[in-house]
Design a protein around this ligand. Structure first.
Ligand SMILES: Nc1ncnc2c1ncn2[C@@H]1O[C@H](COP(=O)(O)OP(=O)(O)OP(=O)(O)O)[C@@H](O)[C@H]1O
Ligand SMILES: [Mg+2]
Length: 278
């Protein structure tokens, strides 16, 4: 099972949107997917219309040991989801106080039957995010191709380095997802160039374009595929999921993934351009 947490300490960059729609796309490709909303803001829970159940069955109840995994998992169409609840915030304070960073990992010790676990993290690097990082073996970082896009990346990479050193984890940032991209905007293209310069082959070749349907879907409590399966947003997330699936073998063998789709992408053109300049 690939266990991936979506992290970026910067807020509003497309973490929740990407967890929901990448999860939906992966399940369209035949993968069994579990989503966890680990954010007390509950955006993923609301986006999928699961908030009514929040007080009875949620990640809070699993972490507290009040309910078992089978009791908290919600079956929503092709997706299995563990929702979040507002009282997760209280728990977060307690966990921070006692420095408990392996509670989620322990709660999911016997998790099986899924190909992908995708965890939606809050916009910070606090104890809940650390719990997610110690549960996962990969981190995907959604980056909005706008001003201050890489703000917070330095802190994130430092935390990953420290966890690897002190906790003997194989955790790594294995994918960067460019979100809200508009090829007509020069700034968006400049940000992509900077990402390629710093993170090279970690950037997925699929860029998620800025599109109104992607923003409308959560207000209808739908994934982009449920709202408009032929929209540009649906195509983007499906293409991203195809790249993720292509890297499965490499990831499972602990190698660097090389099978990124699309022959001569914008990313490759930028790389050539950068090489020429150097
Ligand atoms: N590709 C896109 N096109 C248009 N709107 C988008 C796109 N991706 C995300 N949005 C919108 O941007 C806003 C922020 O997205 P999202 O909630 O996924 O970010 P986030 O990183 O999870 O935020 P937070 O840090 O608060 O958890 C939402 O209103 C969402 O609908
Ligand atoms: Mg979010």
């Amino acid at each position: 099972m690939r266990k991936i947490c979506f992290v970026n300490p910067k807020g509003g960059v497309g973490k929740t949107t990407s967890v929901v729609n990448t999860g939906a796309a992966l399940s369209r490709l035949g993968r069994r997917v579990l989503l966890i909303d680990l954010d007390p803001q509950q955006h993923l829970t609301y986006s999928l219309g699961l908030e009514g159940l929040e007080l009875k069955k949620s990640i809070y109840h699993l972490l507290k040991g009040e309910l078992s995994f089978e009791e908290v998992v919600l079956h929503r169409g092709e997706l299995d989801v563990i929702a979040s609840s507002a009282n997760l915030e209280e728990l977060e304070m307690k966990l921070a106080y006692i420095k408990k960073d392996d509670l989620l990992k322990n709660s999911l010790k016997y998790l099986s039957g899924y190909d992908y676990l995708l965890i939606d993290c809050p916009p910070n690097l606090n104890i809940l995010t650390i719990n997610a990082m110690l549960t996962a073996n990969e981190i995907f970082v959604p980056i909005q191709t706008e001003f201050l896009a890489l703000q917070g990346m330095g802190r994130l990479l430092k935390v990953v380095r420290e966890l690897k050193k002190n906790r003997n984890t194989l955790l790594k940032v294995s994918g960067i997802i460019a979100t809200r991209y508009d090829e007509r905007k020069r700034l968006n293209n400049d940000v992509i160039k900077t990402i390629v310069e710093y993170f090279d082959d970690k950037l997925f070749k699929t860029f998620i374009h800025e599109h109104i349907d992607i923003a409308v879907a959560p207000s209808n409590k739908q994934t982009i595929f449920e709202l408009k399966s032929r929209s540009r947003g649906a195509k983007d997330y499906l293409s991203l999921a195809e790249e993720i699936v292509l890297s499965e073998n490499a990831e499972n063998m602990g190698q660097k993934e090389e099978n990124r789709s699309r022959p001569e992408s914008f990313v490759e053109l930028i790389k050539k351009d950068l090489k020429r300049k150097n």
